[in-house]
Ligand binder design. Structure first.
Ligand SMILES: O=C(O)CCC(=O)C(=O)O
Ligand SMILES: [Fe+2]
Length: 407
C-alpha cells in the first residue's frame, strides 16, 4: 500500500480508508467480542470491594481490552484479534509511515463504549498522550520528530463507525497556541477552533504521531469497538503463549521482533554502562544502535529518556522500593521500549552500588529538566511537578552532558 508520508508528517495524522477490507470485519468483530467477554469475566473477578459486580468495566468511561495482559486467553478461536495487527494495512502502513523496514507492534488494545453515558465532560479532555515528567518535555519530541521523523505511530481502527476522536492538525510539531490555551483553560472538554473531528467508517484507520493534541469527545453507550495501539521501531519481548495459534509467517514476525527487542535492551544497557564508565564513544554508538541515523536532537531525546531510566533503576534497587505502591511503583515496573523503559529486568542487571553511580551520572540531566517553580500547561496535565512540560533548556545537550563527566 502506498501512503502519503509527507502529508502524515505535516498533519501529524492520516486517515486510511478501508485499512481493513470490509469482508474481514465480521470475523474480526466476532473474535474481538469473545475476547471482550473473557476480559469482562476476569475484571469482574478482580473487582474491588466498592465496585459494581462487573468491576472497573462498569465504571470506566472508556473501558479497554488489553490483549497483552490477557495473552493467555488468546486461542484458535480468537487469534484473529492478533493477526489483524500484522495485516499489510496496519503493519505495512506503519512501517511506511515510520520510514522503517519492519515496524513492530507495541500495545494491542481496543477502546469500547462504557455501560452508561459519560457524555463529553469526562476522561482527560484534550491532551497529548504523554506526561513530560516521565519522559521528556514537548520540545524534546518536536525537535526529534522534525529532525528524524517519529519513533512511534498510534492507531485507532474502528470495527463500527466511530466519530469520537478529534485532532488538531499539525499540533504534533508545535506548542499550543495562546488561543488554544485560552480555550482549554475555559473548558478542556469542548471542541477547539483549531480541531477537527474524525469520521471513521468501520474498517477505516487513523494513524497519528504521539504528541498530537487530541480529544475523545464523547463516551456514550453507542457500540464502540475501536482497535487501539501502536507501532514502533522496536518492541518488548512478551509472554506470547498464543504464538502456536498464529500462521507460520506471523510466528516468525513475532520471533523476529522479540529478538530485536532483546538486542535493544542490550543497547540500552550499553548506553547506561558507557555513561557510568565515562566512555563517550561507546555512549554515542549505543544511541546509534538504538535509533540509527538520529541527529543531535534525537540523541538528546534518548538521553532524556535514559535519565529517567537511571532514576527508575535507582528507585527499583533502593531498599525502600518494596514499600512503594500505586502509580509510583507502576511507573518503575512498566515496560515501554519506545521511551526506553525496560522495567524490572534491566534493573536486575545492576547492583545497588552500580545503580547509585548510574543515577549520579544522569542526575545533572534530571536536574536540568526541573524548574524552581511548579509547572503547569493545558493538555499536559498531571500532578504538581517541577519538571518542564514544554521547553527543553537550551544548555541541555548531549555535548554538555558528556562534558560534565570530566568534572
Ligand atoms: O477515545 C478516543 O478515541 C481517544 C482516547 C484517548 O485519547 C486516550 O484514551 O488517551
Ligand atoms: Fe489520548
Amino acid at each position: 500500500m502506498k501512503v502519503n508520508r509527507d502529508q502524515f508528517l505535516e498533519d501529524g495524522y492520516i486517515i486510511l480508508r478501508n485499512a481493513i477490507p470490509p469482508d474481514q470485519l465480521d470475523e474480526l468483530r466476532a473474535a474481538y467480542e469473545i475476547m471482550v467477554e473473557r476480559q469482562k469475566i476476569i475484571w469482574a473477578r478482580q473487582r474491588k470491594r466498592d465496585d459494581p459486580p462487573g468491576g472497573a468495566w462498569e465504571t470506566n468511561s472508556q473501558p479497554r481490552l488489553h490483549l497483552n495482559s490477557i495473552a493467555d486467553q488468546i486461542d484458535a478461536e480468537t487469534v484473529a484479534t492478533v493477526e489483524i495487527w500484522l495485516h499489510e494495512g496496519m503493519q505495512g502502513v506503519s512501517s511506511e509511515l515510520l520510514g522503517v523496514e519492519d515496524a513492530a507492534v507495541t500495545e494491542m488494545m481496543m477502546m469500547c463504549n462504557p455501560v452508561r453515558d459519560h457524555g463529553t465532560a469526562n476522561h482527560r479532555g484534550w491532551h497529548r498522550d504523554f506526561y513530560p515528567p516521565n519522559c521528556a518535555p514537548l520540545q524534546g519530541y518536536v525537535d526529534d520528530i522534525i529532525e528524524n521523523g517519529p519513533r512511534y505511530v498510534q492507531w485507532n481502527l474502528p470495527l463500527y463507525d466511530d466519530d469520537v476522536l478529534w485532532v488538531v492538525p499539525g499540533s504534533h510539531n508545535r506548542f499550543n497556541t495562546d488561543e488554544e490555551n485560552e480555550q482549554l483553560i475555559k473548558d478542556p472538554c469542548a471542541p477547539l477552533h483549531s480541531g477537527i473531528q474524525t469520521h471513521l467508517k468501520a474498517g477505516d484507520g487513523v494513524a497519528y504521531i504521539l504528541p498530537l493534541l487530541h480529544w475523545g469527545s464523547m463516551y456514550n453507550t453507542t457500540m464502540r469497538r475501536t482497535i487501539h495501539g501502536g507501532f514502533s521501531t522496536f518492541t518488548a519481548c512478551r509472554d506470547r503463549g498464543y504464538l502456536e495459534h498464529l500462521c507460520p509467517a506471523s510466528q516468525k514476525t513475532f520471533e523476529r521482533w522479540d529478538r530485536r527487542g532483546k538486542r535493544m535492551m542490550e543497547h540500552t544497557m550499553s548506553a547506561l554502562r558507557s555513561a557510568m564508565n565515562k566512555d563517550s564513544a561507546r555512549y554515542d554508538a549505543a544511541l546509534d544502535n538504538l535509533h540509527p541515523g538520529r541527529g543531535k536532537y534525537g540523541k538528546r531525546q534518548s538521553t532524556m529518556f535514559l535519565s529517567k531510566a537511571a532514576k527508575r533503576i535507582h528507585k527499583l534497587k533502593s531498599p525502600d522500593f518494596e514499600r512503594l505502591s500505586g502509580p509510583e511503583r507502576n511507573y518503575c515496573e512498566m515496560v515501554e521500549p519506545m521511551t526506553l523503559r525496560w522495567g524490572v529486568p534491566i534493573a536486575d542487571r545492576f547492583s545497588v552500588d552500580e545503580a547509585q553511580v548510574l543515577w549520579e551520572r544522569f542526575k545533572p540531566v534530571d536536574d536540568g529538566l526541573q524548574a524552581d517553580e511548579i509547572q503547569w500547561a493545558p493538555g499536559l496535565q498531571g500532578d504538581n511537578t517541577h519538571y518542564y512540560l514544554n521547553e527543553v533548556p537550551a544548555d541541555l545537550t548531549v555535548e554538555n552532558f558528556i562534558a560534565g563527566w570530566q568534572a
